[in-house]
Design a protein around this ligand. Structure first.
Ligand code: FES
Length: 100
């Protein structure tokens, strides 16, 4: 099963629907825990007042060059995501949600 199908399956289990979501890998193979935590905290704080949700999954099956994040429902994987990049991804998801 491909990465995108695995992510779609994980999101279906979480019942996030079709709402825009930034999915962050919480695994420890792709990046140190502190880096991942910083991305998750920043994304959650930045997305709090928007329609974008932030979900943390165990692994996005890339496992290198992390932290790894993905946009959902239009799935795009992003490597080496820092807190600033997480904000940019949230902004993109907000813009995409407005365009629909
Ligand atoms: S542990 Fe992060 S992508 Fe697998």
């Amino acid at each position: 099963m491909g990465k995108k199908r695995k992510l779609k399956k994980a999101m279906a289990k979480r019942e996030v629907g079709d709402g825009p979501v930034l999915v962050v890998c919480g695994g420890k193979k792709c990046a140190p825990r502190e880096q991942t935590r910083a991305v998750i905290d920043e994304a959650r704080a930045y997305a709090a007042s928007s329609v974008v949700g932030v979900e943390v999954v165990k692994c996005l099956h890339i496992c290198e060059k992390g932290p790894i994040a993905a946009t959902y429902p239009k799935i795009r994987f992003h490597k080496r995501v820092g807190p600033a990049e997480a904000d940019v991804l949230v902004d993109k998801l907000v813009a995409r949600a407005r365009a629909v």
